[in-house]
Design a binder for this molecule. Structure first.
Ligand SMILES: *[C@@H]1O[C@H](CO)[C@@H](O)[C@H](O)[C@H]1NC(C)=O
Ligand SMILES: *[C@@H]1O[C@H](CO)[C@@H](O)[C@H](O)[C@H]1NC(C)=O
Ligand SMILES: *[C@@H]1O[C@H](CO)[C@@H](O)[C@H](O)[C@H]1NC(C)=O
Ligand SMILES: *[C@@H]1O[C@H](CO)[C@@H](O)[C@H](O)[C@H]1NC(C)=O
Ligand SMILES: *[C@@H]1O[C@H](CO)[C@@H](O)[C@H](O)[C@H]1NC(C)=O
Length: 206
């Protein structure tokens, strides 16, 4: 009985301590990340890359969009990688949502009828999505978290917000892509061009 009562008061305390913004639940994709992290922020957002070791043009970071990634293996689906707007020059997927650890780029008017679904990101790989016709019951990997960091939120994948880099793609089209744990062994980008970034989550007004 005593245990039950103190559990209840613990629950009440944690509810009242919750920030009013954004917290719905905190699933496995946020395990090990700071209090206030969430796998389902209740707003749409854009992403921006912030140099962690070098200078930044502004305090928010460089805007990120979806560009072409490495060539896909399925003829029906193609891969898109998170890319800098500065390199890709257009923004066909204007914002993102994050739900239960699945990150969804949201199609703009030119991509209507399509869906972009995330999948496992191994060390060394680009942070990418399969783009295909919209699926009513997709099964994306539940691996992303909006991680609390110094009072704002940053993107984490595989419970890790600290090992993203921007790298120049080696594809026949020019692009700068977001990579998780950049490695000299991956030939889809030029490792010597990589530099570390933090990926800021920038909430859109509802
Ligand atoms: C990061 O710093 C490098 C070197 O100063 C610069 O070339 C690059 O554009 C910066 N990237 C971002 C995302 O600010
Ligand atoms: C500063 O960052 C914001 C948000 O990412 C972006 O929209 C804007 O273009 C950036 N400004 C410059 C000068 O890079
Ligand atoms: C790169 O590949 C070599 C040879 O397969 C391997 O020994 C090394 O551990 C790999 N490095 C990374 C960072 O994965
Ligand atoms: C990789 O980038 C470096 C620095 O820009 C460049 O010197 C080198 O030639 C590039 N390597 C390849 C294989 O493109
Ligand atoms: C986020 O975007 C979705 C469409 O993808 C929209 O239905 C929803 O109302 C938006 N949520 C907010 C809080 O703006």
């Amino acid at each position: 009985m005593f245990v039950f009562a103190s559990l209840l008061s613990l629950f009440a305390a944690s509810v009242s301590a919750m920030p009013t913004l954004s917290i719905r639940q905190n699933g496995a994709s946020c395990t090990g990340l700071a209090d206030g992290s969430t796998d389902s922020p209740l707003y749409n957002f854009t992403l921006a890359a912030y140099n962690t070791t070098s200078s930044n043009t502004n305090s928010t970071g460089a805007p990120l969009v979806l560009g072409w990634g490495p060539a896909g293996t399925s003829p029906a689906a193609s891969e898109r990688a998170i890319s800098t707007y500065a390199a890709w020059h257009s923004d066909e997927w204007p914002y993102f949502t994050l739900s239960d650890g699945a990150l969804y780029p949201v199609p703009g008017p030119d991509e209507s009828g399509l869906g972009a679904y995330d999948f496992e990101v191994a060390p060394g790989q680009e942070v990418a999505f399969y783009v295909t016709t919209h699926e009513s019951n997709p099964e994306p990997a539940l691996i992303y978290c909006a991680a609390a960091h110094d009072g704002y939120l940053v993107l984490a994948v595989n419970n890790d917000a600290d090992h993203f880099s921007l790298c120049q793609a080696t594809s026949s089209w020019s692009n700068t892509v977001l990579v998780y744990e950049a490695s000299a062994n991956n030939t889809n980008y030029n490792y010597s061009t990589c530099y570390p970034v933090q990926v800021n989550i920038i909430a859109l007004d509802a």
